[in-house]
Design a protein around this ligand. Structure first.
Ligand code: URA
Length: 477
């Protein structure tokens, strides 16, 4: 009997998903079923723990298509929404996706029909998943515990609405690459030991520790960034739903801060503190102001702000990521190992460092303490964006003709969006003040490579610096 005959006789197919968020598995099975013309009402999609027994009459063996080369029509928009919807907690999500895929075959532009109730439902689910991911990024708070060997381990409790934990693991690995951490949730847990990501089953709130010194850091940070003049309670509650408050140390401050807001606002106005938003007009004023800056948590670490350095009319401004350990100690940019690579590159290209204004996208050193060592941590996109204020003020004074961004963080700082170095290097990008931006790799990236990869990246770095030198000569004429 062929697959088609199965369906005609009323065969019912049951697909058991190995994981509740396994989009790749769903896609592969859905393709097969469409190729066999199995209509949506003949398939049940059962997630782990779902009630598969309801479908015990189902045919466990999926059909084999007569023509497995048949093209399946799925618009880009559908696929991008479907990837998110697969993480929604609605038990009907995979059936809905299959029903939509089925309808897309004769009407491939169906996803553009905003009035279609199924399209709208999928769009709402897509939005809900993205919002949940955003909440997880913003509201996970780690508590420090010590393991049996006395090592620091950071543990957070989070209650997602949807199956987003595995999907968002990469975000936390990138952000907290040097820490050992676990995020415990009722929908499964993830653990990072600095090298490997591990998953485990659901946890309960009582499995997570409550309260530790990390809370003080967040409380201090939150109180320092809280601007009573900007208080919008409705917006605050929307962005920080009460559900998350209990996990967030700074939330304990909210009633107190709200109650004192008006008083503090008038005190701030009296003290001229609101004037802080005026952009400083000299490099000295910026230097002074960055030392007082607490607009993000990095400024609350035990570090000092590092100001840019160089002539205030330099034709070339080089922007790095953030000061490292040595820069933090000396208070000067690019004096450590990355600085040596930069200096050698500049020399090779015939660029005099003393004629260049060298600065950083982020003014404070972000690190995590490991014993006596302070390990570099990459700034988040938000921290880079907050610090934009300062290097833009520097640029407005120096007015360079060319800006060279070293690495992805610096490129983001200049462009306000994340770009891939390999795609943007080698060509100037026009900036709004008439100057041009060139992008190259960060010198510390070269330090981390070896062998052929290192040689290749060094060659590209040298070529980028040579192109900048040539461009500066052209502009000087
Ligand atoms: N890396 C940077 O990006 N900037 C410095 O100042 C030092 C290292």
């Amino acid at each position: 009997m062929t697959a088609l005959q199965h369906v005609k006789l009323g065969t019912y197919y049951v697909v058991h998903l190995p994981e509740p968020d396994d989009f790749a598995f769903w896609r592969e099975r859905a393709r097969l079923l469409i190729q066999c013309d199995v209509p949506p009402d003949r398939v049940a999609w059962v997630e782990p723990g779902g009630n598969g027994s309801l479908f015990s009459h189902g045919d466990k063996r999926l059909p084999l298509p007569e023509d497995d080369t048949r093209i399946i029509r799925a618009s880009k928009r559908f696929l991008s929404i479907a990837r998110n919807v697969a993480h929604h907690s609605d038990p009907e999500r995979f059936s809905l996706l299959y029903a939509m895929l089925w309808r897309l075959q004769p009407s491939p532009r169906l996803m553009e029909d905003k009035a279609d109730p199924q399209v709208r439902r999928l769009e709402d689910m897509d939005k809900a998943v993205r919002r949940d991911a955003h909440k997880m990024h913003a509201f996970v708070r780690f508590r420090m515990v010590e393991d049996e060997e006395g090592n620091e381990h950071y543990v957070a409790w989070f209650e997602p609405d949807h199956h987003i934990v595995r999907r968002e693991a990469g975000f936390f690995v990138r952000r907290f690459a040097n820490m050992h951490w676990s995020i415990l949730t009722p929908k499964g847990c993830i653990h990072w030991d600095g090298e490997t990501l591990r998953e485990s089953g659901p946890a309960q709130k009582s499995d997570a520790p409550q309260g530790d010194p990390a809370e003080d850091l967040w409380r201090k940070y939150y109180a320092s960034i809280f601007n009573p003049a900007r208080l919008k309670i409705g917006a605050m509650l929307k962005e920080m739903p009460r559900k998350y408050w209990k996990n967030m140390p700074e939330a304990a401050l909210i009633p107190e801060l709200v109650a004192g807001a008006q008083k503090r606002e008038s005190e701030m106005v009296d003290a001229g503190a609101l004037e802080f938003e005026d952009r400083p007009e000299t490099l000295e004023a910026i230097d002074k102001a960055i030392h007082a800056c607490r607009k993000c948590p990095i400024g609350n670490l035990d570090n000092q702000a590092v100001m840019g350095e160089g002539p205030d009319d330099a034709a070339l401004m080089i922007v790095g990521e953030q000061p490292g350990d040595q820069e933090d100690q000396s208070g000067k940019p690019f004096v450590g190992p990355a600085g040596q690579v930069l200096d050698a590159g500049l020399e090779q290209a015939g660029i005099e460092r003393r004629e260049v204004y060298v600065t950083n996208a982020v003014k404070h050193f972000k690190y995590v303490q490991r014993g006596k060592r302070r390990l570099h941590q990459s700034p988040t996109a938000k921290e880079i964006d907050v610090c934009r204020w300062w290097h833009e003020a520097e640029r407005a004074i120096v007015k360079p003709k060319v800006v060279l961004a070293l690495g992805a963080s610096a490129a983001r700082a200049m462009l306000g969006k994340t770009v891939s170095i390999s795609k943007v290097r080698g060509e100037p990008i026009a900036l709004d003040d008439g100057s041009e931006l060139w992008v190259t790799a960060h010198p510390s990236y070269l330090l981390r490579l070896d062998g052929d990869a290192k040689a290749e990246q060094e060659r590209l770095f040298a070529a980028d610096l040579a192109a900048v030198k040539e461009r500066l000569a052209e502009l000087a004429q």
